[in-house]
Structure formats: C-alpha cells, structure tokens
Unconditional design. Structure first.
Length: 277
C-alpha cells in the first residue's frame, strides 16, 4: 500500500504559526496553503528548494491572507496551476487589495506587494491528479472565513485519505472568529465530524496533525465563546473594553496556555454583532 510523504512548514508566531504542507510525489511537490509574511514565505521557498523537486501545483484551502499571501513568491511567472474552489477564488479576488491596504502599513516590507490568484477553480468534489496523488476538493462555504474548503488526498493504492482542513478547526491555538459566520461554522463542524470520520489524519492550518476529535473540540470552544459573548454583550452588537477583558480572562481560563490569545478580543464585536441579529 502506498502512502503520502508530507512535509510541514510552520510559520513564526508573527506569521500566526500557519502551516504550509508540501506533498512529495513522484513527479514533484504540491503545496497546500502558503504563509503570511515575506520572511516565512522565503523560508518556505528555501524548504521547497532543499527537497530538489519541481513545484507542480498549489492548493489554497480558504480566503485568508496567511494561506494565500505566499503563492506569488512560490509560482512567480511560471505556469504552475494554483487551485481553489470557485467560492474561495472569488473571495480572494474581493479581499486581497483591501487586506493589503489594511495590514501593509502595519507589517511594512513583511507584507507581500503582489497577490497570485487561483488559476484553476474547482467544483465541489472535483478531483485533481498530480504526480500519482488524487486531491478532491470539498466546498464548505462561509465558516471560519468568508469561503472555506478542505481537500482529501489519496496516494494511489491508499484506502484512507489525508484531510487538509485549513482553518475549519484550529488545533492548540485560539481561533480567528472575526469574519462573523459563527453559526454557519458550527453547522459545518457538525457535518464534518461525519464526513471526515474515515480520514487517516486531519492536517489543520494551525497546529499539529490530529484526528476527527479536533472538530468536536473546536465546536465546543465556539459554543462557549459565543455564550460568553452573548452574556457580556446583553444584546448589543459590540462589547465594551471592560467586557472584552472579561471575555479574554474567561477564554484563557477555558483554554489555558494556548497561543494567539490576542484573537480572543479581536473577534468579539463580530460575534456580538452576529448574535444581535
């Protein structure tokens, strides 16, 4: 039985500890998601170079810059396909310039000046074969981001797939909740528990390889977070600074020691606004 050879490149804390996965095939390398900041992207490019195989494709799981910012540096002007679901590709086109305008002044030279957009848009459950590995796209829609998807990858002769789940579940870090689709995200997590039950391994956008149990854990975190926000907001579409501090305290008590704790307050108003509706 064949199996996948997968290398993981994890960004720095400034780069949100995002994972880029390098799938090594007989013909070359396939990258699933790229990094946020130029220094981490350069390190990812160096990692690819050390493997001494050509880059033959890139997949983007969802429409957040920490997953698509590095694509241009990896593909340049070469004819390397960049795959995403139709919804993910559409949202990247819609938000890339606005994200650069928002965060470019904050990160300076660390923020890429050019975006490489997906060149091959995939339908739900469409398959792509690269180097003897079959990648199957699965459309999810708005969840953690404005457009999410995941990919199941099988090497020839392998029964159980490996799942690249993007940010549908964070493993060992506080999650990003600021896009305001919490109810849809919860629904998706409930469905994914069944859909991914046969996967050999789940590879998240942030955190170590895991199993399907990460989906239930993420769902429980979101349910608790939303309940705390609901109580603190008292029907208002935003939280006061005092309420955000209390939210931060309670969530760090709920999940002690997890990194990226600044994300707790970041998503508070988006969640309060969603709940107020």
């Amino acid at each position: 039985m064949s199996d996948l050879t997968i290398h993981t490149h994890t960004a720095s804390e400034a780069g949100l500890f995002v994972n880029s996965y390098l799938v090594e095939t007989a013909e070359g390398l396939v990258v699933v998601d790229s990094n946020l900041l130029n220094s981490d992207i350069a390190a990812l490019a160096d990692r690819i170079a050390t493997l001494r195989k050509p880059l033959i494709g890139v997949f983007v799981t969802h429409a957040h810059p920490d997953h698509f910012n590095g694509v241009h540096a990896l593909v340049g002007d070469r004819d390397i396909p960049v795959y995403a679901t139709e919804a993910v590709g559409k949202v990247i086109h819609e938000i890339a310039d606005a994200k650069r305008a928002q965060w470019g002044p904050v990160y300076g030279d660390e923020w890429p000046k050019v975006t490489a957009y997906p060149t091959v848009l995939l339908d739900d459950r469409q398959e792509v074969e690269l180097g003897g590995v079959t990648f199957t796209a699965h459309h999810v829609g708005p969840a953690e981001s404005h457009a999410d998807s995941y990919y199941l990858a099988r090497a020839e002769g392998t029964a159980q797939p490996t799942a690249f789940i993007g940010d549908l579940a964070f493993h060992g870090t506080h999650p990003y909740t600021a896009d305001g689709h919490g109810a849809l995200w919860l629904d998706a997590l409930g469905t994914l528990v069944t859909d991914l039950a046969e996967a050999r391994t789940l590879l998240p956008g942030h955190g170590a390889p895991t199993g399907v149990e990460v989906l239930a854990a993420q769902r429980q975190y979101l349910l608790y977070y939303r309940e705390v926000v609901r109580r603190l907001a008292e029907g208002a579409p935003s939280l006061s600074e005092t309420a955000k501090a209390e939210l931060d305290r309670l969530m760090q008590e709920y999940a002690p020691g997890l990194p990226l704790s600044w994300m707790i307050a970041l998503g508070a108003d988006a969640v309060a606004g969603e709940l107020a509706q």
